[in-house]
Design a protein around this ligand. Structure first.
Ligand SMILES: NC(=O)c1ccc[n+]([C@@H]2O[C@H](COP(=O)([O-])OP(=O)(O)OC[C@H]3O[C@@H](n4cnc5c(N)ncnc54)[C@H](OP(=O)(O)O)[C@@H]3O)[C@@H](O)[C@H]2O)c1
Length: 327
């Protein structure tokens, strides 16, 4: 494994982290035994940065990973997030208020079986209160010793600038992959200039870039089924795009997943991608991405491919777009 420095902390994290969400939330059928084996393998490989959130599987994701985290606490840098929850009618809501956060952090600490969270993110920027109020309350958690560093997920440039005036922000977690490049315009340059790590979520475009996802075969409760990219003409476009990408990877003698992660890694030393998997086999394969170098020709071939299949579709549907930071 190779290592990158987290923000301005001096802490060395594996250049590729481990996204734990799909272990029992959003994608496919949970397999706790395989997930535990994946977490253990991650420690063996030196992948020391795990990502979860309190909303994943209603807290059961944090509880699952605690089984391996607890006996290996000194070896793992643990990141979790707060804010999303379902109301009494089951509707997805976001709450970044100090009162909600205070309860959420206690619940996460308990489920993770730890006395401190290394990196605590607001899962979104709450659009109903000033960002200063949310980050101010988060900074109280640092003072109380419950969390070490603060992060924001999917924050806009404006929110990041306002947040850092209240407390240092160590990481911004945003979607970033060959198919999701919005942050290249402004968020990534801002992070680079402020010494903030950009933690890239869904670097495999939720599995699309691996060429192993058949949109028609996804189960009804698979989260991807709800997203435009996995439907109709978009799904067809993306299937062809993924097949083309797999050809480029084959010519480079690596897997599509490795090429997709290497592409993300190559974009900035400030980026730490967190590909998600519940399988040791994929984890080992993904770790191999640190060895892959992209040439100018590789980048060009990938751009040509995107131009050939431009009908990719939005990354979110309306339900999730409502939580995108509008500050
Ligand atoms: N902040 C946010 O709002 C937010 C949103 C989404 C995700 N995240 C975080 O980011 C992490 C990563 O994102 P993600 O899980 O959404 O998407 P991802 O990493 O782009 O893709 C995960 C999918 O790819 C599959 N996969 C992984 N490695 C593979 C390989 N080598 N070959 C074939 N398939 C492979 C996984 O399959 P298996 O599941 O079968 O292993 C899973 O279905 C999450 O786990 C979560 O911690 C954060």
């Amino acid at each position: 494994m190779e290592y990158r420095i987290l923000g301005n902390t001096g802490i060395q994290l594996s250049a590729i982290g481990l996204g734990c969400m799909g272990m029992n939330h959003a994608y496919g059928i949970p397999d706790d035994e395989a997930s535990i084996a994946t977490l253990e393998k991650s420690i063996e490989l030196g992948i020391n940065f795990w990502d979860t959130a309190d909303m994943y599987a209603g807290g059961r994701n944090e509880a699952l990973i605690s089984k391996v985290l607890k006996p290996n606490r000194q070896k793992v840098f643990i990141a979790t997030k707060f804010g999303f929850h379902n109301d009494a009618s089951g509707k997805l809501c976001f709450d970044g208020s100090p009162a909600y956060m205070k309860k959420a952090v206690e619940a996460s600490l308990k489920r993770l079986q730890t006395d401190v969270i290394d990196l605590y993110y607001a899962h979104r920027v709450d659009q109903s209160i000033p960002v200063e109020e949310m980050v101010g309350a988060m900074s109280d958690l640092v003072k109380e010793g419950k969390v070490r560093y603060l992060g924001l997920s999917e924050a806009s440039v404006n929110s990041i600038k306002r947040a850092v005036a209240v407390h240092p922000i160590t990481a911004i977690q945003s979607e970033y992959s060959i198919l999701s490049r919005e942050i290249e315009q402004d968020v990534l340059p801002l992070c680079e200039s402020l010494g903030i790590s950009l933690v890239a979520f869904s670097p495999l475009s939720r599995g699309l870039m691996t060429s192993t996802v058949d949109s028609d075969q996804l189960s009804e409760n698979d989260f991807r089924k709800k997203l435009p990219r996995y439907q109709g003409a978009y799904a067809q476009n993306n299937q062809q795009l993924a097949e083309g990408f797999a050809q480029i990877a084959k010519a480079k003698q690596c897997s599509p997943a490795q090429l997709a992660i290497a592409w993300v890694l190559s974009k900035s030393p400030s980026i730490i991608p967190i590909p998600g998997t519940k399988r040791p086999k994929y984890l080992v394969e993904n770790a191999g991405a640190v060895q892959i170098q992209l040439s100018a020709d590789d980048f060009e071939q990938i751009e040509t491919l995107i131009q050939t299949y431009p009908n990719i579709g939005d990354r979110y549907n309306d339900t999730f777009n409502q939580f995108v930071d509008k500050y």
